[in-house]
Ligand binder design. Sequence first.
Ligand code: GDP
Ligand code: IMO
Ligand code: MG
Length: 423
Amino acid sequence: MKTGKVDVLLGLQWGDEGKGKVVDVLTPKYDVVARFQGGPNAGHTLEFEGQKYVLRSIPSGIFQGGKVNIIGNGVVLAPDLFMDEAKDLEKSGHDLKERLHISKKAHLIMPTHRILDAAYEAAKGKNKVGTTGKGIGPTYTDKVSRNGLRVGDILENFEEKYAAHKARHDKMLKALNYDYDITEVEKKWMEGIEYIKQFHIVDSEHEINNILRSGKDILCEGAQGTMLDVDFGSYPFVTSSNTICAGACIGLGIGPNKIGEVYGIMKAYCTRVGAGPFPTELFDETGAKIRDLGHEYGAVTGRERRCGWIDLVALRYSIMVNGVTQLIMMKSDVLDGFDKIKACVAYKQNGKKIDYFPYDIEEGIEPVYEELSGWNADMTKFTSEDQFPQAFKDYINFLEVQLETPIKIISIGPDRDQTIVRK
Ligand code: GDP
Ligand code: IMO
Ligand code: MG
């Protein structure tokens, strides 16, 4: 009997590559879409039929064909934010109660986790990570230190369990001298707990493997990006989960031998939101122009994204640790109006040229660029790759050679339809 396959789609840079858009585009090819890590720190934007949606905890496969979507065990879930997100979707005609399944093993983000997130950031002062403030770090810390509260816990004696965890957090916050008041937030959070009970709360690892056994295919949707991975990213300026392909095995309970395609998503340039190293960051008017044309402001926090040229050293590293089989290039249209485009092909570290992503990425890194011609053409209405200007074709070829991986999909605008699948 044919078993189904699992393909993984993930970001190769510092997040916000356009994962949401592409998951939506690819969903018709799959039976199920699943999130495997992260939480409401994600903001995945989709646009179609003149509507725009930003998803945080809900997978981006919910809009196409009534497919089942799964929130896996590797995800951290904030019930209040989840309730807001799901109710908004309900209002716009998408009731997900029957087809959004939530893992019992997913950990809950408590209101005090968010307070702890803020308290730790404040304690770090100028070294702060610039987190999204959603309690991600403290929730994963509790998980790993075996102190977490899981979705499955809401089904029995929940109040008691919650109170014990809250008391522990309260002691930690007192030790940090951090004043807080969660009275209102907590009320809504508890409403969120009741709301979640209306969804299918499942043993997702069993469900997923049964789906595969029945010959159906699954698309795993990554959040954040490889350079934010807790092991391989620009530590400590990272998120608290494994964003790489292996994270899909852990965050869903899938054997590594089940993974097929690994779609790596990158922008035609590079952005980062929050603090930490970013070798190709531009502080000049070119950076401002990219921000402007690319509307580079955070989908969740509204924060200005830092912008720069594409970094092929970092991308080669990301392709390596993920085993990327094909690339998807997003926001190509944002570079439509540039005479010259640069790509970072190596770094100089303290005067020495290196072509790999070093351990001490913060120390004296200077990008080495190759300059390419811009195409100065509006690509946003193109419908086939034959229409691409020669200079853009040259850019694609250059990237494919440098990255030793084919670029199979090109995105030329935020809308679902502004997507070109190459022959
Ligand atoms: P994600 O977190 O990886 O899903 O990405 P975000 O949604 O945070 O950020 C990507 C932003 O770029 C969103 O505002 C998208 O609507 C937009 N976008 C996606 N693809 C394209 C594209 O090809 N061109 C342009 N101009 N915008 C795009
Ligand atoms: P999507 O899925 C971009 C960044 C934060 C901060 C660091 C740690 O939309 O691509 P956290 O709140 O996770 O503890 O913050 O990671 N960050 C993201 N940056 N896109 C994201 O998600 C991000 N999620 C977290 O800005 O630097
Ligand atoms: Mg985003």
